[in-house]
Design a protein around this ligand. Sequence first.
Ligand code: ZN
Length: 138
Amino acid sequence: MTAHTEYLWMNTKDRYAIVNITDEVESVIQKSGVKEGLCLVNAMHITASVFINDHEPGLHRDFLNWVEKLAPYGRDRYQHNLTGEDNGDAHLKRTIMGREVVVAITDGKLDFGPWEQIFYGEFDGQRKKRVLVKIIGE
Ligand code: ZN
């Protein structure tokens, strides 16, 4: 069995962003040489997400509008911000959108359903953050 680990670095120019990381994950799989196995991708920060959905810009705006309605940004709105931070909303948005995905690798490729792609969701950006890619298989 092979195990292969890499970290992708993210640094979005906006506070909120959705970034398609499918190609980066595919190239890590190619480097690993794994043909049959599993690929875990997770955000390593508690204000960012990794999730699977459609690569469609309208849907991405819908996601951002939806999480903003559920957890609007606001310095005085969250008890977490009493610590001096301003990202209480980002922790909640991250929890809604998820921490990680696991995708099967079949014949050396991500074994997706129709239209599935892997996205990084940023809710407190403009700084460097990591995404873990862990591949196991043979
Ligand atoms: Zn915080």
